[in-house]
Design a protein around this ligand. Sequence first.
Ligand SMILES: NC(=O)c1ccc[n+]([C@@H]2O[C@H](COP(=O)([O-])OP(=O)(O)OC[C@H]3O[C@@H](n4cnc5c(N)ncnc54)[C@H](O)[C@@H]3O)[C@@H](O)[C@H]2O)c1
Ligand SMILES: O=C(O)[C@H](O)COP(=O)(O)O
Length: 346
Amino acid sequence: MPTRVLAAGDHFVLNRLLVEAVRAETSADLEFTELTLPWPVEPFGRVGEVDEASGTEEQMIEALRGVRICLTQMAPLTRRVLEACPDLAFFGVSRGGPVNANLEAATEHGVAVAFAPGRNAAATAEHTLGMIMAAVRRIPQTHSDLHTGVWRGDYYRYEQVGPEIEGSTVGLVGYGAVGRRVARMLNALGARVLVHDPYAADLDGVAEQVPFADLLSRAQILSLHARVTPETTGMIGKAELAALPAGAVVVNCARGALLDHDALCDALDSGHLYAAACDVFPEEPIPAGSRLLTTPNLTVTPHLAGASKQTAMNAAHILAGDVARHLRGEPLAHCANPEVLKQDRR
Ligand SMILES: NC(=O)c1ccc[n+]([C@@H]2O[C@H](COP(=O)([O-])OP(=O)(O)OC[C@H]3O[C@@H](n4cnc5c(N)ncnc54)[C@H](O)[C@@H]3O)[C@@H](O)[C@H]2O)c1
Ligand SMILES: O=C(O)[C@H](O)COP(=O)(O)O
C-alpha cells in the first residue's frame, strides 16, 4: 500500500514544487493528492496557538482521509482536524513558523509538525538592504518627483541628505535567519552592527551584542528582525523612537506588531527621524486614509520582502528533507514539537 501524501498549498505552483521535491528526496512508495486551498485569515504573529473554527477545516478533514503526510502553507491543523484524521502523522508547513498548527494538540495526537525556517531569509535580508538604501537616499521620493516633472537636485543634495551606510552604526533587533544575513551585508558595506537579541549566542564575528538601551541610543539606522512574541509585541514605541539619535532611520521588514506606527509617523512628522521604510503593517492591506500612506519620508512596500523566485522552492526542499527523515524513522531537522510522543505511526 502506498503512503498517501497531501499537498495542500494556496497555489498549484507550490503544490507542484512540494510534490517534486518529495519525489526527488525519497524512493518510498508514495501516492500524492494536490489540493489548492484559499489563504485563510492570517494569524500573523501567533505560533502554534491556532484553534478557532476555520472555513477550510471541513475541506482539510475530507482531504486528509487516509493521508499520513500533509504539506501545506497555511491550511489549519486544528484540534478538530487532528481528532477527525487519525492517519495523519506528519504535518509540514512551508513557512518560517508553523503559525497554522495547534502544536499542543498535534503533540497529543502524535503528529510531528515540521516547518521551513530560513526559506526566505536571503530574499528578506536583500529587501531590507534595499529599503535601507531607498530610505537613506530618498529614492522613492526623488523617483516620484521626476515622474511629476520636478527636478530638485540642490534640495536633495544639501537639505535632504541622509547618512552613508559606510561608517554608520546600525542596530538590529533580532538576530535570526534574516537578521544575521542583514548584519553580514551591512558589515561588508563598512557599517558598525549592534544587535539586541537575548537568545542569539553566536554573532558570526560581524556584530556586537549590546543592551537594548545602548542600541537605541547609538543606532543611526534601526532595523527590526525579531519574531512576534509577547515580549517583542510593541517593543518599539514612542519612548524607543525618541531614544534614537536625531536623524535616525527605522526599517521594519519583520512584523507590524513590533512597532507603534502612530509613534513612527509622529517621529517622522516632527523631523526626529530622517526616514523610515516598512514592508509590514498592523493591518494589511493598509486601510485607505491611513497615515502610513501619506507621511512624508516613509517608504512602504506591500509585505513582499520574503518573496523571490527561490523562496517556494527552498521551502519545498527543506520540507522534503524532513519527509524523507520521517519515512526513515529519523529525527526531523526542523520539528516544531520535538516532544511529540509518537512520530512514527506506520
Ligand atoms: N516581510 C516578510 O515578507 C518577511 C519574510 C520573512 C520573515 N519575516 C519576519 O521577519 C522576522 C525574522 O524572521 P527570521 O526568519 O529571521 O526569524 P528567526 O526565527 O530566524 O529569528 C527571529 C529572531 O528573533 C529573536 N528574538 C526573540 N525574542 C526577541 C527579543 N525579545 N528581542 C530581540 N530579539 C528577539 C530570536 O532570538 C531570533 O533570533 C520574523 O518576524 C518573520 O515573521 C518577514
Ligand atoms: O509572510 C511573510 O511575512 C513571510 O512569508 C514570512 O513569514 P514566515 O517567516 O512567518 O513564514
